[in-house]
Design a protein around this ligand. Structure first.
Ligand code: MG
Length: 200
């Protein structure tokens, strides 16, 4: 198993749409940022990347890169998810804490849980969403998010399922190409991650 931790903060700014956890909130201020400023998805993305020690959100999506201007942070999360899957892990569970003065998160916690679970392709029961107000911190103009994630290694059975999942679309593609041009796809089949010569 592996553990990952992520943290992020963004300042509230008038005239910016507020997006937290992939959900749009009706609120007079939003979170300023190069992307959509989704503080919660950024913290979760960093937790996932950190768990497999492949860098952080800034190394994958540099803030100076115009491609990520106003980007949907779900794209960042998807990339992090692919990184952990590529490393041979899946999410066991995730826990998060938001720290912000407003809006109140409580009434939206269930919706957030379902949306984050949907983005991560896991059960909502594996996603913790908690929120605190920043009492005594003098940071009402800022939203902070903390995220911790536990990953578990895919076992051999899962590995075979993954290989089958890769092989099946390739076979379907071959069938389509064969119908169209009367021969098999010239694209080579993806090789398994290990050297089959080593199997005795
Ligand atoms: Mg951020």
């Amino acid at each position: 198993m592996r553990i990952g931790y992520g943290w992020d903060s963004h300042a509230f700014k008038p005239g910016v749409p507020l997006k937290i956890g992939g959900i749009a909130f009706d609120h007079p201020t939003g979170l300023a940022g190069h992307s959509d400023g989704d503080v919660l998805l950024h913290a979760i993305t960093d937790a996932l990347l950190g768990a497999v020690a492949v860098g952080d959100i800034g190394s994958f999506f540099p803030p100076g890169d115009p491609r990520w201007k106003d980007a949907d942070s779900a794209v960042f999360l998807q990339t992090a998810l692919e990184e952990i899957q590529h490393a041979g892990y899946r999410i066991a569970n995730l826990d998060t804490t938001l720290v912000l003065a407003a809006p109140k998160i409580g009434p939206f916690a269930e919706k957030l849980r379902e949306r984050v679970a949907e983005l991560l392709q896991i059960d909502p029961g594996c996603v913790g969403i908690k929120a605190k107000t920043p009492e005594g911190l003098n940071q009402d103009g800022v939203a902070v998010a903390h995220a911790v994630v536990l990953l578990e290694k895919l076992d051999d059975g899962d590995g075979l399922e993954r290989m089958a999942a890769i092989a099946e679309p390739q076979q379907q593609m071959d069938d389509v190409v064969r119908k169209l041009v009367g021969r098999a796809s010239p694209k080579p089949t993806r090789k398994p991650a290990f050297n089959t010569d080593d199997i005795t």
